[in-house]
Each structure stands twice: as C-alpha cells, then as structure tokens.
Write a protein that binds this ligand. Structure first.
Ligand SMILES: O=C(O)C1=C[C@@H](OP(=O)(O)O)[C@@H](O)[C@H](O)C1
Ligand SMILES: C=C(OP(=O)(O)O)C(=O)O
Length: 429
C-alpha cells in the first residue's frame, strides 16, 4: 500500500513573520456558544481545520445555521434549545468536541443523540465526563459502560453538583460548565491544578453566569442570551512549531503576530526561556477576553533542563514540540507529569520516544516521563501515529538536517497550511 510522505530538505534560516490560524479551543467553544445564543453573530478568524469543521457540522445537525463568510463564520443560534439530530454525530478526531458536546447535550430536555468519532477518538477515555454528568442526572450510555464512544445521551433533568477534577482537564471542566447552564441550582467545578480557562472567559464575553473563587468555578441555569461577534486569536499551540523551528535552525528569526497569549496556555515559553532561548513576547490587545500579542524567536544555543511538573498542564499540547527543542539542546532534558499525554490522539509519550530514536536521539521513556539526550538529530523518517501534533513537531525536529514525514496530511486536523507556511519561512517556494 502506498502511503503518502513529504520529504523536507534541510532548511536555511527561517526569517520573517507570520500569523497562524485561529485558536482551536476558542473556535470550538465560540461555535458552541453562538449556536446556543439568540440571533446572529460572527466568529471572526476562526480555525477552519479538521477538528473545528467537525464541530460546525455537528452544530448544524443540531439546528444551528452556520455559514462561511470569507475567512469568518456567521452563526444563527437556536436560543438554548437545540434540535434533535436525525443521525449519529461524528466528532471525527476531536476530543474537545466530543467531551464539550456531551455536556451541552446532557442539558437538552428530551433530546436524543449518539456521538461517535474516528478510531483514535473511540479509544480515548470518556468516563471522565460521563461519570460526573451522570452525577448531575444525565442519562448516558456507551461502550464499556460509557467509558468509550460511541455514546448515546438522552438530555434533561440535570441538577448542579460540586465536582473536584480528578485529572487536570479543561475539557472535563468545560463539559460540566456547559451542562451547568441547563441544571437546577449551582454547578461548581473545583480545579486543584489550573487548566486553560477559555470557557470561563467566553462565558463572560456572552454574559453567561460565572463566578470564580480561587480554584472554584461556578455557574447556574442560563437565561436566553443574545449573539455577539467574537474574534478568535491565533493559536499559541500552532505558533509553537515555528518558534522552536527558529530556535533550532542557525541564523533564524521568526515573529508570530496576533497570537493568543493566555497564561494558561503559554507554559512552553517559560520552559524554553529556562533552556536559554532567545525569545521575546508582548501582549498588545485583548480579543474576546483573551490576551493577544506577538512572540519573536531567534536562533541560539539551548541547554537541557529539568521541566517543572506544574508547568505541564499549561503546555499540555506543546510537549511534542518541546521534545524537538530538547533534541537540539546541549545536555539532557527531563519532562515529568506526562500521564495525560498517553490518552491524546496517540500515546504521545510513546510517539515522541519512537520519533526521537528514529532521528538518532537518545531517549528513555518512563510511565509518565521522558528523558531526552540532546546534541542534535540526524536525517531520518518520522511517523505521526495519526496525530497532527506529532507530525508537525517531528517535521520541525528534522528540519535543520532534512526529514521524511509520513502521512503529513494529519497536520490538517489543526493546521491545514502548516507545511506551506514552513516552506515560505525557509525561503523555499
Ligand atoms: O479544552 C480544550 O480545548 C483542550 C484541552 C486539553 O485537553 P484535556 O482537557 O484533555 O487536557 C488539550 O489537550 C486539548 O487540545 C484542547
Ligand atoms: C489533544 C488535542 O485535541 P483534542 O483533545 O481536542 O482531540 C490536541 O489538539 O493536541
């Protein structure tokens, strides 16, 4: 069987500036909240990629009108009441969609829906949202007693609960807050370890009930609310690939503009700084309650570090690209607290170890940690394991020496123009 691949020749210095596509987390949430609003609103500069197009399609099947308007989306919402879908809702590869939508649908009185996804998503743990939603009164069933998709939900009859997150997960937090908009009484999520707070910021943007007190986040039943335009910042997780590409390719200087700099997302900047990276960034404005600015990265020597475990939830999707930076550093890097990476689109701990070895880098893999020997990589072939972030991270790891990327199309899950942007910054056509 012929598998597609892309050969990237050694890249010269990367120079120039770019804007990356819209934030994936904010696009999923913006579409969902606009679908629940009354009237029409625009989502400006959203991400249009595999995952978020799955969200748009699912919401259309639930009765929201979503139209493309140039680079934007125009959404006519349903005013808190979604329509029963005629068919199974396909969440594709998107964990965020499946988990958040489950919370939302659990609140829809009498509505029946079935959620499924691709082979990767059907393997991922759903008990973490199903169990607390059941505590709220939701009727949900699924494979393995509701631990895996396909999942069936019959909405309605929810009551608020107080729930402490057993794993740091913004998806679980968000699913419960969305369900809480339809529940009797107060829904309180306690988050011992902070995770990305886009849902909270968007609840405020749309005027939905929200109170926070330290680690406690509370919501309650929503009143109908009007649609409102929302501008989506550039995705920091996408920007991270170009920042590291510049840091490891001699002579490079790259500026990413218009990128979201929410502090619950930018843990990678702190780790790269500790590695000695020549990085500067500044918040210039706010859009939809999100801080937005630029980040500039210049090539320079990096040194291996011991990563602070507390930073991992603030950079959970950036560990693959951190591993690429670590491979080019002088000395060893130890990355702890990686249990959650084993249940992403792929087992990312294993995928990182495999690809580092394929590029000649010494790596030791523990149950929830990686130890990466630095010193640079040699030319090789990298395997995405059906995972967009692994494809992009290891394309960058191999870029200074040349690399073959198998199944590069996986990048389109979160960044359709990724390889084009990479070539342009390298000065290639
Ligand atoms: O809430 C979100 O938008 C996301 C939360 C994170 O997942 P977890 O909640 O499983 O950590 C992250 O990995 C994912 O890419 C997007
Ligand atoms: C983990 C990710 O996304 P999701 O959980 O939405 O599939 C990701 O984008 O890296």
């Amino acid at each position: 069987m012929d598998r597609p691949f892309l050969d990237l020749e050694p890249c010269g210095p990367l120079r120039g500036s770019l804007r990356v596509p819209g934030d994936k987390s904010v696009t999923h949430r913006g579409l969902m909240l606009l679908a629940l609003s009354e009237g029409e609103g625009r989502l400006l500069h959203p991400l249009k990629a595999g995952d978020t197009l799955s969200t748009a399609r699912a919401l259309q099947a639930l009765g929201a009108e979503i139209a493309e308007e140039g680079p934007h989306f125009r959404v006519r919402g349903r005013g808190l009441r979604l329509r029963e879908p005629e068919d199974v809702l396909d969440c594709g590869n998107a964990g965020t969609l499946m988990r958040l939508l489950l919370g939302l649908l659990a609140g829809q009185e009498g509505l029946f829906a079935v959620l499924t996804g691709d082979a990767s998503l059907r393997r991922r743990p759903m008990g973490r949202v199903v169990e607390p939603l059941r505590q709220m009164g939701a009727e949900i069933d699924g494979r393995e007693g509701g631990k895996r998709a396909p999942l069936a939900v019959r909405g309605g009859g929810l009551r608020g609960i107080a729930y402490t997150l057993p794993v740091p997960s913004a998806q679980v937090k968000s699913a419960l807050l969305l369900a809480g908009l339809f529940a009797e009484g107060v829904t309180e999520v306690v988050e011992p370890i902070p995770t990305r707070d886009h849902t909270e910021r968007l609840f405020r943007h749309f005027g939905l009930p929200l109170e926070t007190e330290g680690p406690r986040i509370r919501t309650r039943r929503a009143e109908p609310f009007p649609a409102k335009d929302l501008t989506v910042p550039g995705d920091f997780s996408s920007a991270a690939f170009f920042l590291v590409a510049a840091l490891v390719t001699p002579g490079s200087e790259v500026t990413v503009e218009g990128v979201g700099l929410n502090p619950t997302r930018t843990g990678l900047l702190e780790v790269l700084k500790a590695m000695g990276a020549d990085l500067e960034w500044r918040v210039l404005e706010g859009e939809g309650g999100e801080p937005v600015g630029y980040v500039r990265a210049r090539y320079g020597p990096l040194k291996g570090v011991q990563v602070d475990p507390a930073l991992i939830p603030l950079m959970v999707d950036e560990v693959p690209i951190l591993a690429a930076a670590a491979a080019w550093a002088e000395g060893e890097t130890h990355i702890p607290n990686l249990a959650e990476l084993r249940v992403k689109e792929s087992d990312r701990v294993q995928a990182i170890a495999h690809n580092l070895r394929a590029l000649g880098v010494a790596v030791e893999e523990g149950p929830d940690w990686l130890r990466i020997g630095g010193g640079g990589v040699r030319r090789g072939e990298v395997e995405p394991f059906h995972d967009h972030r692994i494809a992009m991270a290891f394309a960058v790891a191999g870029l200074p020496v040349g690399v073959r990327v198998w199944e590069p199309g996986w990048a389109e899950i979160s960044y359709p123009g990724f390889f084009g942007d990479l070539r342009r910054l390298c000065g290639a056509s």
